[in-house]
Write a protein that binds this ligand. Sequence first.
Ligand SMILES: NC(=O)C1=CN([C@@H]2O[C@H](COP(=O)(O)OP(=O)(O)OC[C@H]3O[C@@H](n4cnc5c(N)ncnc54)[C@H](OP(=O)(O)O)[C@@H]3O)[C@@H](O)[C@H]2O)C=CC1
Ligand SMILES: O=C(O)[C@@H]1CCC=N1
Length: 274
Amino acid sequence: MKTIVFVGAGSMAEAIIAGMVKKEVIHPEGLFVMNKGDDKRLYSLQQKYGISIVCEQRDALKKADLVVLATKPQDIHQAMMDISPFLNQTSAVLSVIAGVSIDTIEKGLGARPIARAMPNTSATIGRSATGIALNHAVDASLETQLLTLLNAIGLVQQVDEQDLHTVTALSGSGPAYVYYLVEAFEEAAIQKGLSPDIARSLIIQTLEGATAMLKETKEEPATLRENVTSPNGTTAAGLQALADGNFKTLLAKCIDEATERSKELSLAACKMKQ
Ligand SMILES: NC(=O)C1=CN([C@@H]2O[C@H](COP(=O)(O)OP(=O)(O)OC[C@H]3O[C@@H](n4cnc5c(N)ncnc54)[C@H](OP(=O)(O)O)[C@@H]3O)[C@@H](O)[C@H]2O)C=CC1
Ligand SMILES: O=C(O)[C@@H]1CCC=N1
């Protein structure tokens, strides 16, 4: 892939650009960005990554091998109307927009190879957990190229498009749940008298250690949990409090509500175009 155009130059576009440039999966000269009106932002991305700005090289859209859609869902129809007259018939599309279906993109940009991905903000440091769904026009060669591009920002799992709602709820939004958990543990520890610095460093290391244990030992989470839990000990007391507060039910509701919201966004985006 020689030319990739980002339509939308916000935080998610930057995270992906940063990953691609760092992993050298494409030469920065082949990366182009455009947005709605924030010129300062475009110049700052140009400076930082050595990439180019679409309006300075008008034919970028025409020669794009891949167009990455990275606007907010409510802006996608306008963005598709803006770019479609300039798009080459053969350009593939990769959308990272929550809740905008492949069908909606096909209607806006015509039949072409389209992939929908749901990364998360850990893409910024190359550690996204990304789900991707492809339409039938994506051939094996393009599939490999797309997976290579997205591997530059972390782990990629291919799913059916309908499952992207759950992926969005689970790993797209997931970092926010983890940060919320950290906030809650920190507040509780500080209330008990720990200094904020010590509380934060202990929590971060605990999360890092626990996730590394899951990865490296390949043990079931339940086994690892049981290993921590001494009979009648402190962990058992803490876990009991979580069970009494219906922790699992609450997390199931969290995923359920986020999944439903993804479906609502999808429907709203689909209606917007009619
Ligand atoms: N943040 C997250 O954790 C995740 C976000 N996503 C998805 O990524 C997408 C982008 O999110 P994020 O980067 O946070 O959003 P931002 O608001 O940071 O960026 C949106 C970008 O879209 C641009 N834009 C708006 N309208 C147009 C247009 N007509 N043509 C070209 N560009 C346009 C904006 O330009 P301007 O600034 O000039 O208005 C801006 O550069 C969202 O759809 C979100 O669902 C996916 C996974 C995770
Ligand atoms: O909150 C949102 O809608 C987006 C999608 C996943 C993460 N952020």
